[in-house]
Design a protein around this ligand. Sequence first.
Ligand code: PEP
Ligand code: MG
Length: 539
Amino acid sequence: MKTISGKSILKGIAKGILKRYREPERDLPGEEMTDPQAELKKFEAARQRLKTAQRKLYEKTRVEAGEESAEIFLAHMQMLDDEMLKESVTEIIRRQNRSAAYAVQVGLSSIVGRFRAMDDLYVSARSEDIADLANGLLDELTGMAAFGEEEEEPWILMADTLTPTELMKLDRRKLSGLVLSGGSDISHTAILAKGMEMPMLVKCGPLDEGWEGMEAVLDGYEGVLYLEPSKEQLALFEGKQKNAQQDKERLESLKGKESVTKDGKRIRLLANISDPSEVGAVIANDAEGVGLFRSEFLYLNGSNYPKEEELLFVYRQVLKTLFPRPVIIRTCDIGADKASDYMQLKPEENPALGLRAVRFALTHREVFKTQLRALLKASDSGNLSIMIPMISDIREVRETKELLKECEEELKAEGFEIGAYEFGIMVETPAAVLTARELAREVDFFSIGTNDLAQYTLAVDRQDAALASFFHPAHPSVMKEIEMTVEAGHAEGIRVGICGELASNPEYTEAFLGMGVDELSVSPKSVLPLREIILSCCS
Ligand code: PEP
Ligand code: MG
């Protein structure tokens, strides 16, 4: 049995077969296939997805270039419903026992050829549209296959690094754990994995290709990956899982209790989420609400910026489900390690110091306004707070407030009622700490982001595994900054919380409460362990 050590992001055990991550490959059209029903379903799903994409293009083009230019996309949607088009593909799947991708390529190119040969200018011009749709269908059929889709047994992914977008695009139904040679425990990928309660090891060093296919156990308690564990070792893991079960039962008894220190200070104990599907975990772990909804993940999954209605739907769903609990939705923290191709962001030498978060928002005002409008519309659905990330200058706060006012006026003129909401900022740059008194006069609350605050204070890239030994989120300088922020916030009469990863480290809970921190927001799974600590602490 071989062991590999790494840094664990959460206590948990994952078992499964190791599989090395590869960029999803296109199916090569022409392969024989065995299940025509599955291929017919794939074709139908691709056709529907392409129709949705065409509708989005229609709406976007209508706004940007007018109805006439946009009509071609409506025509494409109709063509996708055309019986001749559908049959030319499904017949090949049924009769020739070929893959959906092959059938699209062959079936549609024969229509294109026939149309091109016609004298009628109108019909021959349509051939270009069909060729375009054939490409779209091929993209849908070959590019959409999620890595891991074919796995039927639990598996553990090995990779050098993994971006948040790559993680979101994996087929995670049977994925039990993640092992990275590089990475960082406070990267956004790690934060996402934590939210999914997925054991993950980072900084494991080189991972051998030859391990692919081996059975492995990832021990998130010890930070070790065991390759081909012995029977004795497997029994040990079962023992660990039993202990974890006992801890779980003890923590269950804390549900419904207030998070109050021994000397009577009530702490708001909230949860961090990155995806609406985590709302269930917020309730199941008895968090008092959401202290940080990292809303950018709604932007990373799609192929274009989400529309106001799409955002509104999600915000309403989260707010309504959690009502009357408070929900702090942080506006988009796009940029740096969080970007999608469609955003077409220019590569930056120092992305952490680049166009991210509020800087991105204020330079892409239409994108920002779409989000602010959706948030304001959702304000009637629950207990909403809006929070702005990465503030380093009071001007950014004021400009955001101006934009909010503009959106409020627009919405009122359109007949919408705006509900009550709080407005706050993340304190995660040294500049915000040093000007916290002035900033506090502009907002209802502060939430300290210790991940970035440590990165910018220590001048250490939080993503860079090679710098891990220099990254100390609880460095005395960061602790001092937390204390200064609480003092400044309280002097101006506002609430101060912590939502960075350090909030869940029990070693520092007593220190934070001693500084007067009012709120802690942690991954849902850390809520009850932290409540247990708070109940044993003095403020
Ligand atoms: C932080 O920086 O501490 C934080 C909570 O924000 P994120 O990790 O999303 O940058
Ligand atoms: Mg941050």
